[in-house]
Ligand binder design. Structure first.
Ligand code: HEC
Length: 173
């Protein structure tokens, strides 16, 4: 009886511990001024091909840990490459993201050092920078336009393929 109770308590504690760790979402900070932001508009999520605005597995994982699971996923990278062209990133950063009017994006060094991580690059892209790049996140530039988090994760995954091995996931498990 006693052992059962102890076991149950330990299990419960374990569950609570696990639960809070799983819910410990990352905190996103604007590259423009360092203030925290949340992506709350449901339209800012989802696979744009499906047009259902349902959070993808990649978005859920990113919001929890900052990891971009599309890095190394050839299918997602291919889609990301298309998005890079569609959203005119090519015009400023060049067809292989090595720089044109805007800086190169493949690293290993960046103007904003946090862009070596995928979380940092999402923060930079969502609200833009103070030095010449507008925000791309859904609802930032126009109320009903912009990229979903999923699209940006795919785009970044493709950007990483042009570098020399930097995945942007080095800092996460
Ligand atoms: C109108 C031109 C323009 C477009 C379009 C544009 N960018 Fe930029 N981008 C810039 C400029 C200029 C900078 C440098 C900003 C600064 O110094 O603050 C920059 C900076 C960046 C950085 C930070 C680089 C660093 O070294 O820290 C990333 C990442 C980035 N852009 C990705 C993208 C992606 C992805 C897209 C497409 C969704 C995109 N940009 C579209 C002009 C552009």
């Amino acid at each position: 009886m006693v052992t059962k109770k102890i076991l149950a308590t330990a299990l419960l504690a374990g569950l609570i511990g696990f639960g809070s760790a799983a819910n410990a979402d990352i905190k996103l900070q604007k590259t423009t001024d360092g203030t925290e932001f949340k992506i709350s508009n449901p339209k800012a999520y989802g696979d744009t091909k499906k047009k259902d605005n349902v959070k993808t597995k990649a978005e859920i994982e990113f919001l929890k840990t900052g990891k971009n699971i599309y890095v190394g996923d050839a299918e997602a990278e291919k889609r990301g490459k298309k998005r890079f062209g569609y959203w005119s990133c090519t015009q400023c950063h060049g067809p292989t993201a090595k720089g044109q009017v805007g800086p190169g994006l493949v690293g290993p060094t960046f103007k904003y050092p946090k862009n070596a991580t995928n979380k940092g690059m999402i923060e930079t892209l969502w609200y833009g920078t103070n030095g010449g790049m507008g925000g791309k996140g859904y609802g930032v530039m126009a109320a009903d336009d912009g990229m979903t988090l999923d699209e940006l994760l795919k785009t970044i995954a493709w950007v990483r393929t042009n570098g020399k091995g930097l995945t942007g996931n080095e800092n996460v498990k």
